[in-house]
Design a protein around this ligand. Structure first.
Ligand code: NAP
Length: 286
């Protein structure tokens, strides 16, 4: 068996086209342009690349982006004041704080300050709680990207065994909740899980988000399983790889997402989706 390789880059490009048309319609019909504010605190080189890409994506689909670059030394109160200003600005439909933040800033306080209606990253506690009950305002971008990839490939979730490796607040836990809302039976594994393979072998759909290159080898995958690799790891030789032994596992799986070119582009596209959704909601007559 050789797995079908899920082309996240192509799926994301198709979605961007769709968002672009919806944005043009919105501008022509309502005179509204969706707006995203991106706040970057400090000089983290990886964060700078992520922010640059997000702004490039916005430009491509016609979202107005506002880049707010703040010094590493900014006080928490000043940062909160920036968020308050954006919360009150009708032309800003989404607010994104690029993580990580400097150590002297309490991340939760900052994320909780963003208006729930503009929390396009989906990290506000209200949004996180909504994931549990199925009433989220904005689906968090990476988990939503995983769900969209599965939908695009017509992979059924109803009643199937999903195993998520990784239990972080931004990927593992929300992706598990979202797929459970789609009626999958979900197990979540983390670094203290005993005998990881015993779980992964049960998976019809295996979602891996541990940040450990080569963690999932073919012996840990059931023949015909769907494997979604969320991991992004830079090797000492500069190569970017996921958490799955791609070449080995693709011979056993039915579908596999590559790294790069799998979940990463979808995460970026989902931010555009959420910003557009926010603008559409705020333009609806009350
Ligand atoms: P994280 O906060 O470090 O969480 C990693 C999770 O994996 C933790 O729950 C950890 O367990 C678990 N884990 C670590 N080693 C393990 C092992 N050997 N066996 C089983 N579980 C293990 O990382 P994250 O932010 O969720 O990101 C995970 C990966 O996804 C990273 O490579 C990151 O770069 C990537 N990522 C990709 C995208 C994208 O768009 N493609 C977006 C976000 C993140 P404990 O909880 O017990 O410590």
């Amino acid at each position: 068996m050789s797995a079908r390789v899920i082309d996240g880059k192509a799926v994301a490009a198709k979605l961007r086209e769709e968002y672009r048309s919806r944005i043009i319609q919105m501008q022509q019909g309502l005179g509204v342009t969706p707006g995203l504010a991106v706040i970057l605190v400090g000089e983290n080189p990886a964060s700078q690349v992520y922010v640059r890409n997000k702004i490039k994506d916005c430009n491509e689909v016609g979202i107005r982006s506002e880049f707010i670059k703040l010094p590493e030394t900014i006080s928490q109160a000043e940062l909160l004041a920036h968020i308050d200003k954006l919360n009150a600005d009708a032309a800003t439909h989404g607010i994104l704080i690029q993580l990580p933040l400097p150590k002297h800033v309490e991340i939760r306080k900052v994320l909780e300050r963003i208006s729930v209606d503009k929390d396009v990253d989906g990290f506000h506690l209200y949004n996180v709680g909504g994931l549990v009950t199925g009433h989220q305002v904005f689906p968090p971008c990476t988990p939503f990207g995983v769900q969209k990839l599965l939908e695009h490939e017509n992979i059924e979730l109803d009643g199937r065994n999903v195993v998520v490796v990784g239990a972080s607040n931004i990927v593992g836990k929300p992706v598990a909740m979202m797929l459970m809302q789609k009626d999958a039976t979900v197990s979540i594994c983390h670094h203290k899980t005993r005998d990881l393979a015993q779980y992964t072998m049960l998976a019809d759909i295996l979602v891996v988000a541990a940040g450990v290159p080569g963690l999932i080898i073919p012996q840990m995958v059931r023949t015909g399983a769907v494997v979604i690799d969320v991991g992004i790891n830079r090797l000492p030789d500069g190569r970017i790889v996921g958490d799955v032994d791609f070449e080995g596992v693709r011979k056993k799986a039915s579908f596999i997402s590559p790294v790069p070119g799998g979940v990463g582009p979808m995460t970026r596209a989902m931010l555009l989706h959420n910003t557009l959704l926010s603008a559409e909601r705020s333009s609806r007559p009350a």
